[in-house]
Design a protein around this ligand. Structure first.
Ligand SMILES: *Cc1c(COP(=O)(O)O)cnc(C)c1O
Length: 416
């Protein structure tokens, strides 16, 4: 396998043994709740590992026990996801939110401090400001335009710097593609940790990963995905994933076992199907997006374009983009001239592009952040990060780019 070093070469076969499944070239759906042990001793050994009661012997693998703990579809999927992010272990969840909430619950306890980037996904924000607050976890948010000194001062001014336990960031930030420097966040985490109290860094990599962004190489400890988006890529499932080294993942997997929020065999099977085309899909989506961004760039109906391929050379964002990412991605936000009325006229007149939230799928989607995904964001933050009433977010799919541009053109014509 070492000779084949590209993850896309392994997405059809890696981690699956046809001889264990009647020679079927594709893994069947292992729709079973429990697994038969060969002997009682074997069952005991499996449980010791699953509960983290002892370390694995060399070459020992966790055997199949019960589908809340592990299942062949779940394990094959997790092994394949590890290849993309070049990491030791992965846990797949029934949603991106369950992946995120499990990470936050495992690495934070009452009294601790969380530092996180804003804006973050609405569900994540709600969990931090409502649920974590309720159980006594304090949090401080920072914005993409703040520098290392400013963020460090925020932590110090909180009076809880010695309680900082986790730094959580989402980059690029939804919906305006604001970029956060992962190495800077690692430096902040390191600045506040002590030998006894590590400060972990978690990165929501949904927008650009795993193809165009490798947060672990910039010092992140945990990578999180909404697998509902690019990994799933067909708008037909909800799932999430967390990746990292064996040590942090052991903790995540034990908590997952007790929260019971792992993905089902059927969802994992769909994701295995999706991973086979991950690279071709994402590359085509990014290619299409370039054409659409070119079209929008100087269009008279467009007041402002947020696209990673159009960052100003010399700007801080441009430098982070060069350093951290290998593509301009397939997400665009743009401000239509006018406000909500014009934005709605545009959205209501799209034909090929569907009016829906979510992103990363084969079909192109459009939505209005101010009144939809980001309706709960405070006005002051909306203003600061550019979520105006005329802002429209596009997730570009794999359709023909000329047809997509034609659709946008005719929807623009309907705006008066
Ligand atoms: C969609 C999304 C989530 C939440 O994932 P679900 O699968 O919907 O639970 C988290 N982070 C980002 C960046 C997202 O886009």
């Amino acid at each position: 396998m070492k000779h084949f070093s590209h993850p896309e070469s392994h997405m059809m076969t890696y981690g699956y043994k046809p001889e264990l499944s009647e020679g079927a070239v594709k893994p069947p759906i292992f729709q079973t709740s429990t697994f038969v042990f060969k002997t009682a001793e074997e069952g005991k050994a499996f449980f010791e590992l699953a509960y983290g009661l002892r370390d694995k012997d060399q070459d020992e693998e966790l055997g199949l026990i019960y589908s809340r703990i592990n299942n062949p579809n779940l394990e094959i999927l997790e092994n394949r996801l590890c290849l993309w992010d070049k990491t030791e272990d992965c846990a797949v969840f029934e949603s991106g939110m369950s992946a995120i909430s499990t990470v936050l619950l495992e690495f934070l306890k009452p009294g601790d401090l969380l530092l996180y980037s804003r804006p973050t996904y609405g569900g994540t924000d709600h969990f931090i400001t409502h649920f974590l607050d309720k159980i006594g976890v304090d949090s401080i948010g920072f914005m993409p335009d703040q520098n290392q000194d400013e963020i460090t001062s925020l932590v110090q001014a909180s009076g809880k710097a010695d309680k900082l336990a986790l730094v959580y960031i989402e980059t690029p930030a939804n919906p305006t593609n604001g970029l956060i420097d992962i190495e800077m966040c690692k430096a902040i985490a390191t600045r506040f940790e002590t030998p006894k109290r590590p400060v972990y860094l978690a990165v929501d990599n949904t927008y650009m990963g795993p193809l165009w962004s490798a947060p672990l190489s910039f010092g992140a400890d945990l990578i999180i995905y909404s697998a509902t988006k690019y990994l799933g890529g067909h708008s037909d499932l909800i799932a999430g994933a967390v990746l990292g080294n064996s040590e942090v993942m052991q903790r995540i997997k034990v908590l997952r076992t007790f929260l019971g929020n792992m993905a089902s065999p059927h969802t994992c099977w769909l994701l295995l199907r999706s991973l086979e085309t991950l690279k071709v899909r994402m590359e085509q989506q990014a290619e299409n997006t370039k054409h659409i961004a070119d079209f929008l760039q100087d269009h008279p109906t467009v007041a402002k374009l947020h696209y990673l391929g159009a960052l100003k050379p010399g700007s801080k964002s441009h430098a982070i983009h060069q350093q951290q990412y290998s593509s301009s991605g397939a997400m665009i936000a743009f401000e239509i001239k006018g406000g909500e009325k014009e934005a709605f006229q545009f959205l209501n007149n799209l034909r090929l592009i569907k009016l829906a939230v979510s992103l990363g799928s084969t079909e192109s989607l459009a939505q209005h952040p101010a009144s939809m995904t980001h309706i709960g964001v405070a006005d002051e933050i909306k203003k600061r990060i550019g979520i105006s009433s005329g802002l429209i977010r596009l997730s570009i799919g794999v359709e023909n780019h000329e047809d997509l541009i034609g659709d946008i053109k005719s929807a623009f014509k309907a705006v008066d």
